[in-house]
Design a protein around this ligand. Structure first.
Ligand code: AMP
Ligand code: ZN
Length: 436
């Protein structure tokens, strides 16, 4: 069978050659990591001072894990491994209490990332003849620029539509006969629900494929998207700490997401014991960058839960596959593709004097999109009951939260003492979205 492929030498590389390449790249990565103040300390504590201390890939286990909190602690320069003038871009992502994490890229880092994304795109059967509309946001979020440069490298005509503005998205799709889109699964469902209202029928669109990612979704959701639009939808997994999109992607066979193991060392570990788990067992994805100079990361705990798929993929690629993401081992919420930690909401609420001590975060589905509802009690001392003042306060809280978490929640104000108080550990998050 003729398999569409971008880089056959690397994508079909024999496992033993791939592992030799990984070991050499890991040692190089240690050299880079040892240039950062963070890893100098961390690796010295673990007795690792030289790249030669890693004699085989098994020695990876002697390297300590890196967490999102480590990245926050090292913000903004503690994990920078090259001189600032060699970097050409940075991306940030949300941290647990609003403190972001930052990843720097050199020109070569961006080039490697672009190559990985190009591989993913071509593995789905998309080609230079496709018209690609990128419906994820351009900016610090990596989904926009990441896919953009990969698609340009493949030679597609790229429409950098960014996120939102459904009627414009549809207009662009119709006018330019978009054949491939990239979006969150919830946005694609929303787009479909908007077709009738915009006077568009699916057959007026020339769509063939969608790349869907940035949020957990089920096989049923994928099928629904495929049936509604009569297209093929491919799961795309990535995270800004590992560049962004381009980490793992489904090929035409949709048997799991090939993870590019020449660029990342992939491990699945038990999130409680942190012991590595064998193929088939569900645990946390841990990844080590093998190509990134500006911000090398060793054994980064992604907090995403998945397992390795056994057997070989009919496409012949030798890079192992991740099963679709099952959830997270921390409390991070993903609301319409945006990552939010409940602690960011609490942090902001508690800075507002008019807010009382009890609050509740509720997530619901409204149509295909997520809705974030923040219910907060008022401070008894400042509670006057004046409706105008309450409206103003509601708007102000909404705006302050939006600035902190990048999502505008619906805010509900409640009288002091009226929200349920749980005995023992407070239950602050109620997720009413159907299980994915
Ligand atoms: P960010 O660093 O902002 O790009 O967010 C990355 C996070 O989004 C990952 O750690 C996952 O929790 C989530 N994510 C990204 N892609 C997928 C996907 N295909 N399925 C499920 N979750 C995803
Ligand atoms: Zn495959």
């Amino acid at each position: 069978m003729n398999v569409p492929v971008w880089n056959p030498a690397l994508e079909f590389m024999e496992r033993d050659a791939l592992e030799r390449l990984q070991l050499a790249a890991l040692r190089k990565t240690l050299v880079w990591a040892l240039k950062t103040p963070f890893y100098q300390r961390r690796l010295a504590d673990a007795g690792l001072k030289h790249p030669e201390d890693i004699a085989s890939l098994r020695d990876l286990r002697n390297i300590p894990y890196t967490t999102k909190d480590d990245l926050r602690g090292a913000y903004p320069h503690g994990l920078l491994a090259v001189e600032l003038e060699r970097t050409v871009r940075l991306h940030t992502s949300s941290g647990t209490t609003g403190m972001p994490t930052v990843i720097y890229h050199t020109r070569q880092d961006l080039d490697h990332w672009t190559e990985l994304v190009a591989r993913c795109i071509v593995a789905t059967g998309a080609t230079a003849r496709d018209v690609f509309q990128n419906m994820t946001s351009y900016g610090l979020f990596t989904g926009g620029l990441g896919l953009h440069y990969g698609a340009e490298r493949v030679g597609m005509l790229v429409i950098p539509a960014s996120s939102g503005n459904t009627s414009r998205q549809l207009q662009l799709m119709k006018n330019f006969r978009t054949t491939v889109v990239h979006a969150t699964p919830s946005y694609l469902l929303h787009l479909h629900a908007s077709l009738a209202g915009e006077g568009v029928t699916p057959d007026q669109l020339g769509l063939r494929k969608a790349f869907i990612g940035a949020e957990p979704h089920s096989e049923q959701t994928r099928r629904k998207i495929e049936d509604l639009f009569d297209i093929d939808a491919y799961n795309s997994y990535g995270l800004s700490e590992m560049n962004g999109p381009g980490v793992a992607f489904e090929c035409v066979h949709k048997t799991g997401l090939h993870c590019w193991e020449d660029a990342y060392i992939l491990e699945i570990v038990d999130p409680r014991t942190l012991q590595p788990l064998p193929e088939g067992e569900t645990g946390e994805i841990v990844m080590t960058t093998l190509q990134r100079q500006a911000t090398p990361l060793l054994r980064y705990r992604t907090r995403d839960l998945s397992h390795l798929v056994g057997g070989n993929c009919p496409c012949g690629r030798t890079h192992r596959r991740l099963a679709r993401i099952k959830g997270r081992s921390d409390d991070m919420l993903i609301v319409n593709g945006v990552n939010i930690f409940p602690s960011q909401i609490e942090d902001m609420l508690m800075r507002i004097p008019e807010v009382g001590t009890n609050y509740l975060i509720q997530l619901e589905k409204r149509g295909s999109l997520d809705r974030l509802l923040v219910k907060t009690e008022l401070n008894a001392r400042l509670f006057t009951g004046d409706p105008r003042a309450l409206d103003d306060l509601r708007d102000r809280i909404g705006e302050l939260l939006r600035s902190a978490i990048l999502v505008k929640p619906t805010v509900e104000l409640h009288e002091p003492g009226s929200l349920p108080v749980s005995e023992g550990k407070a239950r602050r998050v109620v997720d009413l979205r159907p299980a994915f």
